[in-house]
Design a protein around this ligand. Structure first.
Ligand code: AMP
Ligand code: GLY
Length: 426
Protein backbone atom coordinates (compact mmCIF):
# COMPACT_ATOMS: atom_id res chain seq x y z
CA UNK A 1 0.00 0.00 0.00
CA UNK A 2 1.11 3.55 -0.76
CA UNK A 3 0.58 5.93 2.15
CA UNK A 4 0.82 9.71 2.48
CA UNK A 5 1.13 11.12 5.99
CA UNK A 6 0.29 14.83 6.35
CA UNK A 7 2.23 16.93 8.87
CA UNK A 8 5.79 17.42 10.02
CA UNK A 9 6.02 17.08 13.79
CA UNK A 10 6.92 14.47 16.37
CA UNK A 11 3.46 12.93 16.04
CA UNK A 12 3.98 12.39 12.31
CA UNK A 13 7.48 10.98 12.88
CA UNK A 14 6.01 8.45 15.30
CA UNK A 15 3.24 7.55 12.82
CA UNK A 16 5.71 7.23 9.93
CA UNK A 17 8.06 5.00 11.94
CA UNK A 18 5.21 2.75 12.92
CA UNK A 19 3.74 2.59 9.40
CA UNK A 20 7.19 1.89 7.95
CA UNK A 21 7.23 -1.39 9.94
CA UNK A 22 4.07 -2.66 8.24
CA UNK A 23 4.55 -5.57 5.84
CA UNK A 24 1.65 -4.09 3.84
CA UNK A 25 3.50 -0.85 3.10
CA UNK A 26 5.10 -0.38 -0.31
CA UNK A 27 5.79 3.35 -0.30
CA UNK A 28 5.58 6.11 2.30
CA UNK A 29 5.52 9.87 1.79
CA UNK A 30 5.20 12.66 4.33
CA UNK A 31 4.22 16.28 3.60
CA UNK A 32 6.14 18.27 4.62
CA UNK A 33 7.96 15.95 7.08
CA UNK A 34 11.24 16.89 8.79
CA UNK A 35 14.86 15.71 9.03
CA UNK A 36 13.98 12.67 11.16
CA UNK A 37 10.97 11.66 9.08
CA UNK A 38 13.22 11.75 5.99
CA UNK A 39 14.97 8.65 7.38
CA UNK A 40 11.78 6.55 7.05
CA UNK A 41 9.65 8.36 4.43
CA UNK A 42 10.04 10.46 1.31
CA UNK A 43 9.40 14.06 2.35
CA UNK A 44 7.42 16.32 0.04
CA UNK A 45 7.68 20.07 -0.33
CA UNK A 46 3.95 20.54 0.23
CA UNK A 47 2.55 22.34 3.26
CA UNK A 48 0.16 20.41 5.52
CA UNK A 49 -2.54 23.05 4.91
CA UNK A 50 -2.24 22.95 1.10
CA UNK A 51 -5.21 20.64 0.61
CA UNK A 52 -5.33 21.10 -3.18
CA UNK A 53 -1.67 20.16 -3.70
CA UNK A 54 -1.92 17.19 -1.32
CA UNK A 55 -4.89 15.73 -3.14
CA UNK A 56 -3.30 16.36 -6.57
CA UNK A 57 -0.19 14.49 -5.41
CA UNK A 58 -2.18 11.60 -3.92
CA UNK A 59 -4.21 11.23 -7.09
CA UNK A 60 -1.18 11.40 -9.38
CA UNK A 61 0.75 8.77 -7.36
CA UNK A 62 -2.20 6.48 -6.72
CA UNK A 63 -1.93 6.84 -2.93
CA UNK A 64 -4.03 4.18 -1.16
CA UNK A 65 -4.38 5.98 2.17
CA UNK A 66 -3.92 9.58 3.34
CA UNK A 67 -3.26 9.86 7.09
CA UNK A 68 -3.95 13.31 8.53
CA UNK A 69 -1.71 14.35 11.44
CA UNK A 70 -2.72 17.87 12.54
CA UNK A 71 -6.19 19.44 12.86
CA UNK A 72 -5.79 22.46 10.57
CA UNK A 73 -5.92 20.55 7.23
CA UNK A 74 -8.93 18.58 8.50
CA UNK A 75 -10.81 21.71 9.52
CA UNK A 76 -9.88 23.06 6.06
CA UNK A 77 -11.48 20.05 4.34
CA UNK A 78 -8.60 17.63 3.61
CA UNK A 79 -10.76 14.55 4.24
CA UNK A 80 -13.66 15.93 2.16
CA UNK A 81 -11.30 16.61 -0.75
CA UNK A 82 -9.81 13.09 -0.53
CA UNK A 83 -13.26 11.49 -0.42
CA UNK A 84 -14.38 13.58 -3.41
CA UNK A 85 -11.30 12.38 -5.30
CA UNK A 86 -11.97 8.74 -4.36
CA UNK A 87 -8.91 8.48 -2.08
CA UNK A 88 -9.11 6.64 1.27
CA UNK A 89 -8.45 8.98 4.17
CA UNK A 90 -7.90 8.52 7.89
CA UNK A 91 -9.32 11.65 9.49
CA UNK A 92 -12.70 13.38 9.89
CA UNK A 93 -14.50 15.56 7.35
CA UNK A 94 -14.58 19.31 8.03
CA UNK A 95 -18.13 18.96 9.39
CA UNK A 96 -16.91 16.36 11.92
CA UNK A 97 -13.59 18.13 12.63
CA UNK A 98 -15.71 21.00 14.02
CA UNK A 99 -15.55 18.97 17.25
CA UNK A 100 -12.12 20.60 17.64
CA UNK A 101 -12.57 23.57 15.30
CA UNK A 102 -15.52 25.02 17.22
CA UNK A 103 -15.68 24.68 21.00
CA UNK A 104 -19.29 25.87 20.96
CA UNK A 105 -20.29 23.12 18.51
CA UNK A 106 -18.36 20.58 20.60
CA UNK A 107 -20.20 21.63 23.77
CA UNK A 108 -23.57 21.40 21.98
CA UNK A 109 -22.80 17.85 20.77
CA UNK A 110 -21.55 16.86 24.21
CA UNK A 111 -24.69 18.13 25.87
CA UNK A 112 -26.94 16.43 23.29
CA UNK A 113 -25.00 13.17 23.84
CA UNK A 114 -25.29 13.48 27.63
CA UNK A 115 -21.51 13.30 28.14
CA UNK A 116 -20.34 14.47 31.60
CA UNK A 117 -18.65 17.85 31.18
CA UNK A 118 -18.36 21.35 32.69
CA UNK A 119 -21.50 23.51 32.45
CA UNK A 120 -21.10 26.21 29.81
CA UNK A 121 -22.68 29.05 27.87
CA UNK A 122 -21.85 30.47 24.41
CA UNK A 123 -21.53 34.25 23.84
CA UNK A 124 -21.28 36.58 20.86
CA UNK A 125 -21.92 39.70 22.94
CA UNK A 126 -19.14 41.06 25.13
CA UNK A 127 -21.40 42.73 27.72
CA UNK A 128 -23.46 39.55 28.15
CA UNK A 129 -20.27 37.51 28.59
CA UNK A 130 -19.02 39.84 31.32
CA UNK A 131 -22.40 39.86 33.09
CA UNK A 132 -22.32 36.06 33.09
CA UNK A 133 -18.87 35.78 34.71
CA UNK A 134 -19.86 38.44 37.28
CA UNK A 135 -22.93 36.38 38.10
CA UNK A 136 -21.03 33.04 38.30
CA UNK A 137 -17.83 34.33 39.94
CA UNK A 138 -14.29 32.86 39.80
CA UNK A 139 -12.64 30.44 39.28
CA UNK A 140 -14.13 30.20 35.78
CA UNK A 141 -12.80 29.28 32.35
CA UNK A 142 -12.93 31.51 29.23
CA UNK A 143 -12.32 29.97 25.79
CA UNK A 144 -12.34 31.27 22.22
CA UNK A 145 -14.80 29.36 20.07
CA UNK A 146 -12.33 28.92 17.18
CA UNK A 147 -8.82 27.49 16.92
CA UNK A 148 -6.15 29.67 18.54
CA UNK A 149 -3.08 27.42 18.30
CA UNK A 150 -3.84 25.97 21.72
CA UNK A 151 -3.72 29.40 23.39
CA UNK A 152 -7.39 30.36 23.41
CA UNK A 153 -8.07 29.09 26.94
CA UNK A 154 -7.81 31.14 30.12
CA UNK A 155 -8.36 29.38 33.42
CA UNK A 156 -9.25 32.49 35.42
CA UNK A 157 -8.72 32.16 39.16
CA UNK A 158 -10.11 35.67 39.75
CA UNK A 159 -12.97 37.70 38.30
CA UNK A 160 -10.49 40.33 37.06
CA UNK A 161 -8.60 37.70 35.04
CA UNK A 162 -11.85 36.47 33.50
CA UNK A 163 -12.91 40.01 32.51
CA UNK A 164 -9.44 40.69 31.08
CA UNK A 165 -9.61 37.45 29.05
CA UNK A 166 -12.99 38.46 27.59
CA UNK A 167 -11.60 41.91 26.70
CA UNK A 168 -8.52 40.38 25.02
CA UNK A 169 -10.33 37.64 23.11
CA UNK A 170 -13.52 39.40 22.09
CA UNK A 171 -12.63 43.11 22.42
CA UNK A 172 -8.99 43.33 21.24
CA UNK A 173 -9.33 40.13 19.09
CA UNK A 174 -5.84 38.94 20.07
CA UNK A 175 -6.72 35.56 18.44
CA UNK A 176 -8.51 37.18 15.50
CA UNK A 177 -11.85 35.74 14.39
CA UNK A 178 -11.42 32.79 16.82
CA UNK A 179 -12.66 35.24 19.47
CA UNK A 180 -15.87 36.31 17.68
CA UNK A 181 -17.62 33.80 19.87
CA UNK A 182 -16.63 32.73 23.39
CA UNK A 183 -17.46 29.72 25.53
CA UNK A 184 -17.51 30.34 29.26
CA UNK A 185 -17.52 27.25 31.42
CA UNK A 186 -17.24 25.75 34.86
CA UNK A 187 -13.78 25.33 36.42
CA UNK A 188 -13.04 21.64 37.00
CA UNK A 189 -10.48 20.32 39.45
CA UNK A 190 -8.55 17.07 39.26
CA UNK A 191 -5.82 15.20 37.41
CA UNK A 192 -5.94 15.37 33.60
CA UNK A 193 -5.65 12.46 31.20
CA UNK A 194 -6.06 11.93 27.47
CA UNK A 195 -7.97 9.01 26.01
CA UNK A 196 -7.76 8.11 22.33
CA UNK A 197 -10.17 6.08 20.20
CA UNK A 198 -10.15 5.05 16.56
CA UNK A 199 -13.53 5.68 14.93
CA UNK A 200 -15.03 4.66 11.60
CA UNK A 201 -18.26 6.66 11.64
CA UNK A 202 -20.12 4.03 13.72
CA UNK A 203 -17.71 1.94 15.79
CA UNK A 204 -14.98 3.06 18.19
CA UNK A 205 -11.91 1.15 19.42
CA UNK A 206 -9.84 2.18 22.46
CA UNK A 207 -6.50 3.51 21.21
CA UNK A 208 -4.70 4.05 24.51
CA UNK A 209 -4.51 6.63 27.26
CA UNK A 210 -1.73 9.03 28.15
CA UNK A 211 -0.96 11.92 30.45
CA UNK A 212 1.03 14.92 29.34
CA UNK A 213 2.81 17.85 30.96
CA UNK A 214 1.59 21.13 29.47
CA UNK A 215 3.55 23.63 31.58
CA UNK A 216 7.05 24.57 30.48
CA UNK A 217 8.75 24.32 33.89
CA UNK A 218 9.60 21.60 36.39
CA UNK A 219 6.87 20.90 38.94
CA UNK A 220 4.28 21.86 36.27
CA UNK A 221 4.96 25.59 36.59
CA UNK A 222 5.24 28.45 34.08
CA UNK A 223 3.35 29.08 30.85
CA UNK A 224 1.36 26.47 28.92
CA UNK A 225 2.98 24.77 25.92
CA UNK A 226 1.89 22.21 23.35
CA UNK A 227 3.28 19.55 25.71
CA UNK A 228 6.72 19.06 27.25
CA UNK A 229 6.40 15.32 27.78
CA UNK A 230 3.94 12.47 28.17
CA UNK A 231 3.61 8.88 29.31
CA UNK A 232 1.37 5.91 28.65
CA UNK A 233 -0.38 4.02 30.16
CA UNK A 234 -2.01 6.72 32.28
CA UNK A 235 -2.11 5.40 35.85
CA UNK A 236 -5.28 7.45 36.59
CA UNK A 237 -7.15 5.66 33.80
CA UNK A 238 -7.75 2.32 35.52
CA UNK A 239 -9.35 -0.50 33.46
CA UNK A 240 -12.71 0.38 35.07
CA UNK A 241 -12.41 4.03 34.12
CA UNK A 242 -11.27 3.10 30.61
CA UNK A 243 -14.49 1.12 30.07
CA UNK A 244 -16.53 3.95 31.60
CA UNK A 245 -14.89 6.59 29.39
CA UNK A 246 -15.54 4.50 26.27
CA UNK A 247 -19.21 3.99 27.27
CA UNK A 248 -19.94 7.48 28.69
CA UNK A 249 -17.79 9.73 26.51
CA UNK A 250 -16.50 8.18 23.28
CA UNK A 251 -19.41 5.99 22.19
CA UNK A 252 -22.14 8.62 22.86
CA UNK A 253 -20.09 11.17 20.88
CA UNK A 254 -19.74 8.82 17.91
CA UNK A 255 -23.46 7.95 18.02
CA UNK A 256 -24.50 11.60 18.24
CA UNK A 257 -22.20 12.67 15.41
CA UNK A 258 -23.72 9.96 13.19
CA UNK A 259 -27.24 10.99 14.23
CA UNK A 260 -26.69 14.64 13.28
CA UNK A 261 -25.30 13.66 9.88
CA UNK A 262 -21.64 14.29 10.67
CA UNK A 263 -20.28 10.74 11.12
CA UNK A 264 -16.86 10.78 12.81
CA UNK A 265 -13.95 8.93 11.20
CA UNK A 266 -10.37 9.13 12.45
CA UNK A 267 -8.89 9.36 15.91
CA UNK A 268 -10.96 11.02 18.60
CA UNK A 269 -8.88 12.47 21.42
CA UNK A 270 -10.78 13.14 24.64
CA UNK A 271 -9.10 15.52 27.09
CA UNK A 272 -10.55 14.54 30.47
CA UNK A 273 -10.48 15.84 34.02
CA UNK A 274 -10.64 13.10 36.63
CA UNK A 275 -12.83 14.93 39.13
CA UNK A 276 -14.17 13.75 42.48
CA UNK A 277 -17.45 13.04 40.60
CA UNK A 278 -15.76 10.90 37.95
CA UNK A 279 -14.24 11.66 34.54
CA UNK A 280 -15.50 14.83 32.84
CA UNK A 281 -14.74 15.89 29.30
CA UNK A 282 -12.67 19.08 28.86
CA UNK A 283 -12.35 18.96 25.09
CA UNK A 284 -12.30 16.81 22.00
CA UNK A 285 -9.47 16.95 19.51
CA UNK A 286 -9.75 15.37 16.08
CA UNK A 287 -6.20 14.00 15.90
CA UNK A 288 -3.54 12.25 17.93
CA UNK A 289 -1.96 14.35 20.66
CA UNK A 290 1.61 15.48 20.23
CA UNK A 291 3.67 14.21 22.10
CA UNK A 292 1.09 11.64 23.28
CA UNK A 293 1.19 9.89 19.90
CA UNK A 294 4.89 9.11 20.41
CA UNK A 295 4.19 7.05 23.55
CA UNK A 296 1.11 5.35 22.08
CA UNK A 297 3.08 4.20 19.03
CA UNK A 298 5.90 2.95 21.27
CA UNK A 299 3.42 0.66 23.10
CA UNK A 300 1.36 -0.52 20.12
CA UNK A 301 2.33 -4.06 19.07
CA UNK A 302 -0.34 -4.41 16.37
CA UNK A 303 0.29 -3.36 12.79
CA UNK A 304 -1.10 0.20 12.52
CA UNK A 305 -1.69 0.29 8.76
CA UNK A 306 -4.58 -2.22 8.41
CA UNK A 307 -6.36 -0.62 11.37
CA UNK A 308 -6.22 2.85 9.83
CA UNK A 309 -7.49 1.41 6.55
CA UNK A 310 -10.33 -0.36 8.40
CA UNK A 311 -11.27 2.95 10.06
CA UNK A 312 -11.27 4.73 6.69
CA UNK A 313 -13.46 1.98 5.20
CA UNK A 314 -15.95 1.74 8.09
CA UNK A 315 -14.81 -1.78 9.06
CA UNK A 316 -13.48 -1.23 12.59
CA UNK A 317 -16.13 -3.19 14.51
CA UNK A 318 -14.53 -6.14 16.28
CA UNK A 319 -10.96 -4.82 15.92
CA UNK A 320 -8.70 -5.63 18.86
CA UNK A 321 -5.35 -3.95 19.35
CA UNK A 322 -2.40 -5.53 21.09
CA UNK A 323 -0.47 -3.29 23.49
CA UNK A 324 2.78 -3.67 25.39
CA UNK A 325 2.30 -3.62 29.18
CA UNK A 326 5.48 -1.56 29.46
CA UNK A 327 5.45 2.17 30.09
CA UNK A 328 6.48 4.55 27.34
CA UNK A 329 7.63 8.04 28.32
CA UNK A 330 8.63 10.93 26.07
CA UNK A 331 10.67 13.96 27.09
CA UNK A 332 10.39 16.92 24.71
CA UNK A 333 13.50 18.98 24.00
CA UNK A 334 12.62 22.54 23.03
CA UNK A 335 14.56 25.59 21.86
CA UNK A 336 15.58 27.90 24.76
CA UNK A 337 12.91 30.59 25.08
CA UNK A 338 9.99 28.37 24.01
CA UNK A 339 6.98 28.91 24.33
CA UNK A 340 8.13 32.54 23.86
CA UNK A 341 10.55 33.56 21.10
CA UNK A 342 13.55 31.34 20.40
CA UNK A 343 16.51 31.05 18.02
CA UNK A 344 16.30 28.94 14.89
CA UNK A 345 18.93 27.00 12.97
CA UNK A 346 21.05 25.96 15.95
CA UNK A 347 22.91 22.67 15.34
CA UNK A 348 22.11 19.48 17.27
CA UNK A 349 24.72 16.71 17.64
CA UNK A 350 24.81 13.31 19.32
CA UNK A 351 21.45 12.09 18.03
CA UNK A 352 22.82 8.81 16.76
CA UNK A 353 24.49 8.00 20.06
CA UNK A 354 21.29 8.92 21.95
CA UNK A 355 19.28 6.60 19.70
CA UNK A 356 21.55 3.69 20.67
CA UNK A 357 20.46 3.74 24.30
CA UNK A 358 18.38 0.63 24.99
CA UNK A 359 14.62 1.14 24.41
CA UNK A 360 15.00 4.63 22.93
CA UNK A 361 13.58 6.30 19.84
CA UNK A 362 14.63 9.88 19.16
CA UNK A 363 11.74 11.49 17.30
CA UNK A 364 12.06 14.76 15.44
CA UNK A 365 9.46 17.49 15.86
CA UNK A 366 11.04 20.64 14.43
CA UNK A 367 14.25 19.83 12.57
CA UNK A 368 15.77 20.29 9.12
CA UNK A 369 19.08 19.28 7.48
CA UNK A 370 21.64 22.02 6.96
CA UNK A 371 23.42 22.13 3.57
CA UNK A 372 26.36 20.45 5.39
CA UNK A 373 24.13 17.55 6.37
CA UNK A 374 23.82 18.43 10.06
CA UNK A 375 20.54 18.44 11.95
CA UNK A 376 19.32 21.94 12.87
CA UNK A 377 16.47 23.03 15.15
CA UNK A 378 13.80 24.95 13.23
CA UNK A 379 10.86 24.95 15.64
CA UNK A 380 9.92 25.50 19.28
CA UNK A 381 9.47 21.86 20.22
CA UNK A 382 12.32 20.13 18.44
CA UNK A 383 12.87 16.55 19.64
CA UNK A 384 10.88 13.91 21.50
CA UNK A 385 13.13 11.43 23.25
CA UNK A 386 10.89 8.40 23.72
CA UNK A 387 11.75 5.52 26.01
CA UNK A 388 10.01 2.23 26.74
CA UNK A 389 10.69 0.08 29.81
CA UNK A 390 8.91 -2.20 32.30
CA UNK A 391 8.50 0.60 34.87
CA UNK A 392 7.89 4.34 34.68
CA UNK A 393 11.03 4.94 36.72
CA UNK A 394 13.18 2.96 34.26
CA UNK A 395 11.55 4.58 31.20
CA UNK A 396 12.26 7.98 32.73
CA UNK A 397 15.87 7.05 33.51
CA UNK A 398 16.42 5.79 29.96
CA UNK A 399 14.97 8.94 28.39
CA UNK A 400 17.23 11.18 30.45
CA UNK A 401 20.25 8.91 29.81
CA UNK A 402 19.69 9.36 26.07
CA UNK A 403 19.22 13.11 26.48
CA UNK A 404 22.59 13.24 28.25
CA UNK A 405 24.15 12.16 24.95
CA UNK A 406 22.53 14.97 22.95
CA UNK A 407 24.77 17.95 22.37
CA UNK A 408 22.52 20.98 21.84
CA UNK A 409 23.49 23.97 24.01
CA UNK A 410 20.54 26.05 22.76
CA UNK A 411 17.99 23.43 23.81
CA UNK A 412 16.35 22.52 27.11
CA UNK A 413 13.91 20.02 28.58
CA UNK A 414 12.03 19.48 31.82
CA UNK A 415 13.85 17.23 34.27
CA UNK A 416 10.77 15.67 35.91
CA UNK A 417 8.56 14.21 33.15
CA UNK A 418 6.37 11.47 34.64
CA UNK A 419 6.83 12.58 38.27
CA UNK A 420 3.26 11.79 39.27
CA UNK A 421 3.45 8.29 37.81
CA UNK A 422 6.88 7.66 39.38
CA UNK A 423 5.50 8.75 42.77
CA UNK A 424 2.54 6.37 42.34
CA UNK A 425 4.89 3.51 41.54
CA UNK A 426 6.39 4.09 45.02
P1 AMP B 1 -8.24 22.94 26.24
O1 AMP B 1 -7.50 23.53 25.06
O2 AMP B 1 -9.71 23.16 26.21
O3 AMP B 1 -7.82 21.53 26.55
O4 AMP B 1 -7.68 23.70 27.51
C1 AMP B 1 -6.30 23.71 27.78
C2 AMP B 1 -6.07 23.42 29.24
O5 AMP B 1 -6.80 24.33 30.05
C3 AMP B 1 -6.57 22.05 29.66
O6 AMP B 1 -5.64 21.04 29.39
C4 AMP B 1 -6.78 22.26 31.14
O7 AMP B 1 -5.54 22.18 31.82
C5 AMP B 1 -7.28 23.67 31.20
N1 AMP B 1 -8.75 23.69 31.21
C6 AMP B 1 -9.58 23.73 30.13
N2 AMP B 1 -10.87 23.71 30.50
C7 AMP B 1 -10.87 23.66 31.85
C8 AMP B 1 -11.91 23.62 32.85
N3 AMP B 1 -13.19 23.64 32.52
N4 AMP B 1 -11.53 23.56 34.16
C9 AMP B 1 -10.23 23.55 34.50
N5 AMP B 1 -9.20 23.59 33.61
C10 AMP B 1 -9.52 23.65 32.31
N1 GLY C 1 -0.29 17.52 23.77
C1 GLY C 1 -1.58 18.06 23.65
C2 GLY C 1 -2.12 18.13 22.29
O1 GLY C 1 -1.63 17.56 21.35
O2 GLY C 1 -3.12 18.84 22.12
Amino acid sequence: MKVLVVGGGGREHALCRKLAQSPLLTRLWCAPGNAGIAEVAECLDIKAEDVGALVDFARAEGVDLVVAGPEAPLVAGLADACIAAGIRVFGPTAAAAALEGSKGFMKDVVSQAGIPTAWYKRFTDIAAAKDFVREKGAPIVVKTDGLAAGKGVVVAMTLAEAIAAIDDMMGAKVFGAAGDELVIEEYLEGEEASVFALCDGQAAVFMGAAQDHKRVGDGDTGPNTGGMGAYSPAPVVTPDLEARIMAEVIEPAVRTMAAIGRPYTGVLFAGLMMTADGPKLLEFNVRFGDPECQVLMARLNSDLLPVLVAAAEGRLAGTRLDWSDDTALVVVMAAAGYPGSYRKNTVIRGLESAGQVDGIAVLHAGTARTPEGEVAAVGGRVLGVTAIAPTVREAQARAYRAIGRIDWPEGFCRSDIGWRAVAREG
